[in-house]
Design a protein around this ligand. Structure first.
Ligand SMILES: [Zn+2]
Length: 271
């Protein structure tokens, strides 16, 4: 049996060695093209770990494009062209302030490798099937950007939670849903492999911001009339794990994590 003191000492040593090998830690890292930088995991959100210790100032150094949320689950984040938007539960949109903290987000430096022109009315499922048919493998990550005129976009926006924090599934039960009709704007996000269950959202995870930068949220459904979808293949992923006591001590072995992520991310709760 290992004594707590002994394992603590070994852990400190392991951390010290890792930091030394990384050449001084986080600040030494340079932005890498085709790399996704992700903060924390979906499993942690599912368990109600809704406060992170990573600032958006740090996140912005690792990408100009992506999706995420904020501490206390206070709204959705969407970023593209280096502009980071904070989409609040009351429907308002504000620029992300660099000192805001995130419990979960994923960003990359976006550059389109493939393009799909949309010239006729296309449903979400049909467009995503087209993207599926374009990507070279199910087993890589892709950043997806869709600009265009949408006949409708159904979004939801999580709202600020208070402590003690509920699970993601309970928190998403009182999310605000919104249907935008005949709206132009930009949809951003990722297509992730099925094997990342628990780490991120498998399949598509998309957020929307309208052209006026006044409305948006996490995308549940849409149909697009015309536009362009760009696909950026990402071949590396950097996972920035929290070091909070809550993250370190919370068991993350829920055997229904797959269903909880699906229900929280993809299911409309207003019927
Ligand atoms: Zn989302």
């Amino acid at each position: 049996m290992t004594s707590p003191e002994r394992s603590h000492t070994c852990w400190d040593l392991a951390v010290a060695v890792a930091v030394h090998h990384a050449g001084g830690g986080k600040l030494a890292r340079q932005p890498v093209n085709h790399e996704i930088f992700q903060v924390s995991t979906m499993s942690a959100l599912v368990e109600g770990i809704l406060d992170g210790d990573t600032t958006y100032d740090e996140v912005m150094r690792h990408g100009d494009f992506g999706v995420g949320t904020f501490n206390a689950l206070d709204g959705e984040m969407a970023a593209f062209d280096g502009d980071f938007f904070h989409l609040f539960g009351d429907g308002s949109v504000a620029p992300v302030s660099p000192d805001e903290l995130t419990p979960f987000c994923a960003v990359t430096f976006f550059s389109g490798d493939a393009e799909i022109d949309i010239t006729e009315s296309t449903s979400r499922d049909d467009l995503l099937a087209l993207v599926d048919g374009t990507v070279p493998s199910e087993n890589l990550f892709y950043a997806i950007r869709i600009d265009g005129m949408f006949s409708h976009v159904t979004t939801r926006t999580v709202v600020r939670q208070s402590k003690p924090y509920p699970s993601l599934l309970r928190a998403s039960g009182n999310q605000v849903e919104n249907r935008l009709d005949q709206v132009s704007g930009t949809m951003v996000g990722f297509r992730s492999p099925q094997y990342v269950q628990g780490m991120t959202v498998p399949g598509y995870h998309l957020h929307f911001v309208d052209s006026e930068r006044r409305r948006g949220g996490h995308v549940l459904d849409f149909a697009i009339e015309s536009g362009v979808a760009l696909i950026d293949r990402d071949v590396d992923i950097h996972l920035e794990l929290p070091t909070s006591e809550q993250f370190l001590r919370t068991p993350m072995n829920a055997d229904d994590v797959e269903q909880q992520i699906e229900a929280a991310e993809n299911v409309s709760h207003s019927g």
